[in-house]
Ligand binder design. Structure first.
Ligand code: R5P
Length: 309
C-alpha cells in the first residue's frame, strides 16, 4: 500500500507513509523546457500503485501544482485500470482492472480564498478545482482549508483536517504564550482551538482588506500588557495581516509577539517584512518554506484514516 507523490508534496508524503503503515513511492514528475508538466508512474512503481489503497499527496499550488495533480490522478487511474499500452511496447500492455481506491491528500489547497463570487462574473475557483479533482479519486483530505463550506456537497467524501493541535504543541514548548490572537474573524475557530489547547487567554481582531497589500484592523482593547502573544492564522501570504496585528499588540504593551500559521506562502519579501514586526514565525511544511517547523503529516494522517475506514 503506497503513499505516492510527484515533486510537490514529497516531504509530506515521506513523513505520512509511516504514520499510515504504508510505503512511500515517488512518482516521476518534471517540467519540459517550455514549462509544461510531465508525470509518469515508473515501471517499478506499477505493482505498488495497483495495490489498495493508494494515497496521492499533491498540492494545488502554484498553478502548475493543479495540472500535476490532475495528471498524476489520471496516470494512477490508467495504471489501476490496467491500461499500460505504450508506443515503445515496454512491459505488459494490459492488465486486470483493480478498481478504485485512490485517496488524495492536499497539504495546501491553492485557490482556497476564491471561495465565493465576490463580484458578478467570477469563477468560484475553490469549487471548480475540487470538481475537477474529485473525478480522479475516492476521497480527499485537505489540510486547513480556508473555508470548508465551499466544498459542501461534493460527490466524494472530503475530510477537512487541521494542524492546530501540532501548532499548539509547538507554541507551548517553544514560545509559551500568555495570549493567542486571531488576526481576523475567519481565523477565530482555529486560533481559539490553539488557545484552548494551550489554556491561555484568547481574543480576535476585525480586519478589512483594502487591497492585496493593505489591510486595516478595527481598534480594540486587548489585555496584552506585559504578555507574550501568538497570532494564529491559517495562512501568511504578504505578511500584512500579521504585521498590522502585531503593531496593535505592541502599542498595547505586548512584550513578545509570534506568528504561527499552517500555510507559509510568504510572498514578495514577507519573511523580511515579518522579521521587523514579530519575534518569531512558525509554520507547517504544507508548502516548503524557511519557517517550516511543524509537520503537516499527522493531521493528514488523521483524515486519511477516517476516509479509508
Ligand atoms: C485571509 O482571510 C487569511 O486567513 C489570511 O489572513 C490572509 O490570507 C493573510 O494574507 P496576508 O499575509 O497577505 O495578509
Amino acid at each position: 500500500m503506497p503513499v505516492v507523490s510527484g515533486s510537490s508534496g514529497s516531504d509530506v508524503a515521506a513523513a505520512l507513509a509511516p504514520l499510515l503503515g504504508m510505503q512511500f513511492v515517488e512518482l516521476e514528475s518534471r517540467r519540459f523546457p517550455d514549462g509544461e508538466g510531465y508525470v509518469r508512474v515508473p515501471s517499478e512503481a506499477i505493482e505498488a500503485v495497483r495495490s489498495e489503497p493508494v494515497v496521492l499527496v499533491s498540492n494545488t499550488y502554484p498553478d502548475s501544482g493543479i495540472v500535476s495533480t490532475i495528471l498524476l490522478l489520471e496516470a494512477i487511474a490508467d495504471v489501476r485500470k490496467g491500461d499500460l499500452a505504450n508506443l515503445k511496447g515496454e512491459g505488459e500492455q494490459y492488465m486486470d482492472d483493480v478498481g478504485r481506491g485512490v485517496y488524495l491528500a492536499v497539504p495546501y489547497y491553492g485557490y482556497s480564498r476564491q471561495d465565493k463570487r465576490f463580484s458578478s462574473g467570477e469563477a468560484i475557483s475553490a469549487r471548480v478545482i475540487a470538481e475537477i479533482l474529485e473525478r480522479g479519486c475516492d476521497g480527499i483530505a485537505i489540510l486547513d482549508l480556508h473555508e470548508p463550506a465551499v466544498l459542501e456537497g461534493m460527490d466524494v467524501p472530503i475530510e477537512f483536517v487541521s494542524a492546530m493541535p501540532e501548532i499548539a504543541e509547538l507554541l507551548q514548548s517553544e514560545v509559551d504564550p500568555d495570549f493567542v490572537l486571531s488576526p481576523d474573524k475567519g481565523a477565530i475557530a482555529r486560533a481559539s482551538e490553539v488557545a484552548g489547547l494551550i489554556d491561555c487567554q484568547f481574543s480576535y481582531l476585525e480586519k478589512t482588506r483594502i487591497d492585496a497589500h493593505t489591510i486595516e484592523h478595527t481598534p480594540k482593547d486587548l489585555d496584552v500588557d506585559g504578555k507574550v502573544v501568538a497570532i494564529v492564522d491559517d495562512m501568511i501570504s504578504t505578511g500584512g495581516t500579521i504585521c498590522r496585528a502585531s503593531d496593535a499588540l505592541r502599542r498595547q504593551g505586548a512584550t513578545e509577539v509570534h506568528a504561527a500559521c499552517t500555510h507559509g506562502l510568504f510572498t514578495g519579501g514577507a519573511i523580511l517584512r515579518l522579521a521587523s514586526h514579530v519575534d518569531g514565525v512558525h509554520s507547517t511544511n504544507s508548502l516548503p518554506n524557511p519557517r517550516a517547523v511543524v509537520s503537516a503529516a499527522p493531521a493528514l494522517a488523521r483524515g486519511l484514516k477516517r476516509l479509508m475506514e
